[in-house]
Design a protein around this ligand. Structure first.
Ligand code: HEC
Ligand code: HEC
Length: 340
């Protein structure tokens, strides 16, 4: 019964997500924010944002999802702060170079980030809806934001074009110089690459800025994972390293990605997704890896967000999931049916 209901909503959001055009009229944005909230947030936060209203609320590990209908608390957040909560970057926790797992600015990992799942204007639509839950109105100007991204791209393009021209001129000057010297000395003279190294570097920097501006503009109206396919992973592990990798995967599962907010293990954790007690038997590791990297690529309407797992994290978590091989399935199914 529940599965069927969820399926219908999922389909509706999928269709909506595909058909909507950025910068639609205000009521369209409101409707869209409401639909997206219902699909991605209300299992935990409840349809009207109140505590213990969402079905998953009581299954969540502490702290419980925030009461979004509480104006005295929510009113202290700016629109941008609410946006930044929903759209956080995952920190790099790679060993050696990165931060510690769990060393996040945000209090708990069990509030998922939607940065890797939804487009920026979808997230603004959600912020607009969240505002209505505590009787406020979003003031952030989404149109102006879009315009500034457009401007940003134009400016980055101009800067890149200029840097490229400066590089080409400096490079030409250096090779003309080498040619002149070759004639003068009547032997081959190498081009002095150091003469245009600064221009080359500046062009590289400008290219990166241009790419960043392009991605920012794309992500404004297009979902980040759209059209991105995950290459087949190399899941081989040296036997000596397996235990450490699995332990790391378990820590990532709980303390970085908050998988336990949505998945139940040994009777603990959320219930938005299936219990994973026997996932190691049921699921193929390559499939799990691909699913973790980009669930929307495999099922565009799924409620599981893409959580921004890098390749190393996805491998560690996949290895951990493969070890989940409880003997019996969920406790409910264990109970023998009593006959009178
Ligand atoms: C898996 C459950 C879950 C889902 C799904 C979820 N949240 Fe949350 N949310 C939480 C938890 C847990 C907290 C943190 C409570 C705390 O730190 O006290 C939270 C906190 C928040 C906060 C307050 C942030 C702050 O700085 O205190 C906002 C706003 C919020 N969520 C909005 C959303 C929106 C919008 C969505 C859907 C796009 C969403 N949440 C989806 C569990 C969830
Ligand atoms: C906001 C909730 C949410 C979060 C967070 C979440 N999942 Fe899921 N997950 C789901 C849902 C919902 C499904 C069911 C797929 C569907 O039909 O949409 C699912 C499916 C899965 C499956 C396939 C299960 C099966 O039996 O087919 C695996 C494996 C999985 N998730 C692992 C993870 C891991 C590992 C993490 C953390 C990195 C995670 N999930 C985070 C909601 C979530």
């Amino acid at each position: 019964m529940k599965a069927a209901r969820l399926g219908v909503i999922g389909l509706a959001v999928g269709v909506l997500g595909g058909a909507l055009i950025a910068g639609g009229c205000a009521s369209e944005q409101e409707k869209r924010g409401h639909e997206l909230y219902t699909h991605y947030c209300s299992d935990c936060h409840g349809p009207s944002g109140k505590q213990n209203e969402g079905f998953n609320w009581s299954f969540m590990p502490d702290p419980k999802p925030k009461d979004l209908s509480n104006k005295s608390e929510m009113g202290t957040f700016t629109d941008q702060e609410i946006f930044d909560t929903i759209s956080r970057d995952m920190l790099n926790t790679n060993e050696e170079e990165g931060d510690e797992i769990g060393d996040d600015d945000f209090a708990v990992p069990t509030m998922p980030t939607f940065k890797y799942t939804l487009s920026e204007d979808e997230i603004w639509a959600i912020v607009g809806h969240v505002r209505t839950l505590h009787g406020m109105k979003m003031e952030f100007n989404v149109e102006a934001r879009k315009a500034s991204l457009d401007e940003g791209l134009k400016a980055a393009q101009t800067k890149f074009d200029q840097a490229k021209q400066a590089y080409e001129e400096a490079e030409k000057k250096a090779s003309d110089e080498a040619e002149r010297k070759s004639e003068e000395l009547n032997k081959d003279v190498d081009v002095d690459e150091s003469a245009y190294a600064a221009e080359q570097e500046a062009m590289g920097v400008a290219k990166k800025e241009l790419d960043t501006a392009q991605v920012a503009l794309n992500n404004f109206s297009t979902r980040p994972g759209r059209g991105v396919s995950v290459p087949r992973p190399d899941l081989t592990v040296k036997p000596a390293e397996a235990a450490a990798l699995i332990a790391r995967g378990k820590r990532l599962y709980e303390d970085k990605y908050g998988c336990n907010g949505c998945h139940n293990l040994e009777g603990e954790g959320g219930k938005i997704g299936p219990a994973l007690d026997r996932a190691g038997f049921r699921l193929n590791a390559t499939w799990v890896y691909r699913w973790l990297k980009n669930p929307q690529a495999m099922d565009s309407a799924t409620r599981m967000p893409a959580l921004g797992l890098n390749d190393a994290d996805a491998k560690a978590v996949t290895m951990y999931v493969a070890t989940l091989r409880a003997e019996k399935s969920e406790p409910e199914e264990e109970k023998p049916v009593e006959t009178p």
